[in-house]
Design a protein around this ligand. Structure first.
Ligand code: URA
Length: 246
């Protein structure tokens, strides 16, 4: 994980958290709107230690400070929102508070889910963590629940496990993936990589079509049952350890 700066000027911290341009946040400080440990801060250039407990100690205009960096979230991605700014339609970023959309460093999705895929999506402003989770070298499994248009014929699990399955238009075989079937048209597939539309293309390669796709697990981190579609939660150190065991 990347190292967190130990201290930042207050005006820089607030500007980076999206509270306004440097001049605006200096004005907010001079107006007495920023309180640390129960006392108004007068000085916009005071250096502040950036620690996870800061929102419990600092308020801005009476509200707890937004979570500082590094910030990693799990979202229960609903159907119909896109991860890529290049695609049409509402973006996953629109599910978060407006201010979070102008944070520096910015939040990015950890890999992507298609517009018509739901479930566990991570977002982070920590570039090193993002690369660790998506790199196939780190073997972080991702599990998808799949609903198919046609019954499976029985050879799918062996094809996916083979390490030789080629996707249309690619020149490198897929890493072995596991398939657990629940019924002729429902199954779970676990991947160690994340190629473009991978699950849909894997089933296309075995002459089927995915009609429902939901990710419920990354590493040992399970999408919580009580996290409704569109809702999100900040990851705890325990959640992070479940994704990337030491
Ligand atoms: N595979 C897909 O086809 N789509 C996703 O959203 C994720 C994995």
């Amino acid at each position: 994980m990347s190292t967190t700066p130990t201290a930042l000027r207050l005006d820089r911290l607030l500007a980076n958290l999206g509270y306004g341009a440097r001049k605006q946040v200096q004005q907010m400080v001079h107006d007495g709107l920023v309180v640390l440990d129960g006392e108004r801060i007068e000085d916009a250039d005071r250096r502040i230690s950036v620690a996870p407990d800061l929102p419990a100690r600092m308020t801005v205009d009476g509200e707890p400070l937004d979570p500082p960096f590094p910030l990693t979230l799990m979202l229960n991605k609903p159907l119909g929102v896109t991860c890529s700014r290049k695609e049409a339609g509402p973006l996953v970023f629109g599910l978060f508070p407006q201010r979070w959309q102008v944070r520096e460093p910015a939040l990015s999705t950890v890999g992507r889910l298609d517009k018509e895929t739901s479930g566990l999506l991570l977002l982070t402003d920590d570039g090193a963590l993002l690369h660790k989770i998506i790199s196939p070298k780190n073997h972080v499994p991702k599990r998808y629940h799949v609903t198919l248009k046609w019954p499976m014929h029985g050879g799918e699990a062996a094809a996916f496990a083979s390490g030789t399955l080629m996707l249309d238009g690619e020149d490198k075989p897929l890493l072995p993936a596991t398939l657990e079937t629940f019924s002729p048209t429902t199954a779970c597939v676990t991947l160690m990589e994340g190629r473009y539309h991978q699950v849909r293309r894997m089933f296309a390669a075995v002459r089927n079509r995915v009609v429902g796709l939901h990710r419920d697990r990354i590493g040992r981190l399970q999408l919580p049952d009580d996290l409704a579609p569109g809702a999100y939660r900040i990851l705890t150190p325990e959640n992070l350890a479940a994704i990337l065991p030491a």
